[in-house]
Design a protein around this ligand. Structure first.
Ligand SMILES: *Cc1c(COP(=O)(O)O)cnc(C)c1O
Length: 364
């Protein structure tokens, strides 16, 4: 019998399934622990707001109905919140889906896709899926973006460029004027997707959203999510803002009911409850400072973070430290290619951060 591998698209051979932060249930089963602290996936440690929970309970009466495929309420609410026209918005099953839809819309086999390395794995995933020509651009030694390298990688084949700011897993960001100078230099037809998953957490005064550049006429897609500061990771809602003509094409690649009803209802409520977002961001800013200082006191080399996680160099085998922390019931993240001595810790509740620090101290 012919092997199935001879039948599948060859570009799939280079693809491996995404490896997420270890789920709490798995650690509980493997290590027989009662209390587990998961600070591995950059989730909002406060959980979803009360308003979101109430609205979801009310929405249960509609579970037998198909969701609104046009996502009217959520688009209206977002449109007001962002001060952009509804036809410049596209809502996805997480921003993961947005990344995939963008690749499906723009990239033909052999087209060029440029993306940062070390960054979010989904850019490479979307590009490989479409059999693109991949160009990964390394970050600078301090994990900032090197746009000269980006510019020299652009060819006639380049269709799509990804950047992520604040960048995951480094927490570094792109100052607004630097981003603007970069897109100014690019050929007009190249689309730049700017992933702003962590924008709410930024405190740097020279950071601004790329939405402004869309208004200036640039071919930019600004991607956002409800999974982080808006605390809805389980429900899968993300969105993007772009020129209306591009959104129209991306919309043709979207499944009709890609965002479920509970997710749409919850996202509207989460946008209405800005007090919860503010509280989440304030907690994060405070704990980010404390965690940074404490890690430095333990001799770690900490990458300055504008996000809700911190990447630090342990100068040791990080995988071993990670496994020892797991045994103590603390889940963090490691295994970033080329960063064998680094750990990424999400910023949790004060007692979670303290438990992590105490565990780490014992292991050093
Ligand atoms: C978490 C994260 C997202 C969000 O993904 P969702 O699919 O919306 O949950 C997007 N981009 C980056 C860089 C992230 O870290």
């Amino acid at each position: 019998m012919e092997k199935i591998a001879n039948r599948v698209r060859p570009n799939l051979f280079g693809m491996v399934p995404y490896s997420p932060g270890k789920p709490i249930g798995e650690v509980r089963r493997e290590y027989q622990l009662d209390e587990i602290i998961k600070i591995a996936s950059n989730e909002n440690p406060l959980g979803a707001s009360e308003l979101v929970r109430q609205r979801i309970i009310e929405a249960l009466s509609e579970l037998h109905r198909y969701p609104d495929g046009a996502q009217y309420d959520l688009k209206q609410t977002l449109s007001k919140h962002l001060n952009v026209a509804p036809d410049t918005l596209l809502i996805g099953n997480g921003s993961d889906e947005i990344i995939k839809l963008l690749c499906e819309t723009l990239v033909q086999p052999g087209d060029g896709v440029i993306y940062p390395m070390m960054s979010f794995a989904e850019y490479e995933f979307g590009a490989r899926l479409m059999d693109a020509e991949l160009t990964a651009i390394p970050l600078n030694a301090d994990f900032t973006y090197d746009f000269d390298r980006y510019l020299s990688a652009v060819t006639k084949k380049t269709k799509l460029i990804f950047v992520c700011s604040p960048n995951n897993p480094t927490g570094t960001y792109i100052p607004f004027e630097q981003l603007r100078s970069f897109v100014k230099e690019l050929p007009k037809e190249v689309v730049v997707a700017v992933d702003e998953a962590y924008l709410e957490y930024v405190t740097a005064p020279d950071y601004r959203s790329a939405i402004e550049l869309i208004g200036e006429g640039y071919n930019i897609v600004c991607m956002r999510t409800f999974s982080k500061a808006y605390a809805l990771a389980a429900l899968r809602v993300g969105y993007c803002v772009a020129q209306a003509d591009l959104i129209d094409y991306v919309n043709r690649t979207r499944e009709p009911f890609n965002v479920n009803h509970l997710a749409q209802v919850a996202a509207v409520a989460a946008l209405e409850d800005q007090a919860h977002v503010r509280k989440s961001v304030e907690l994060n800013t405070e704990q980010r400072q404390i965690l940074t200082a404490e890690l430095e006191r333990l001799g770690m080399k900490v990458t300055p973070s504008q996000s809700n996680f911190i990447l630090f160099d342990t100068a040791r085998n990080a995988k071993e430290l990670y496994l020892s922390l797991l045994k103590k019931g603390v889940i963090v993240r490691t295994g970033f290619a080329g960063l064998d001595t680094y750990i990424r810790v999400s910023i949790g509740l004060p007692h979670e951060n303290q438990a992590f620090l105490a565990g780490l101290k014992e292991l050093l």
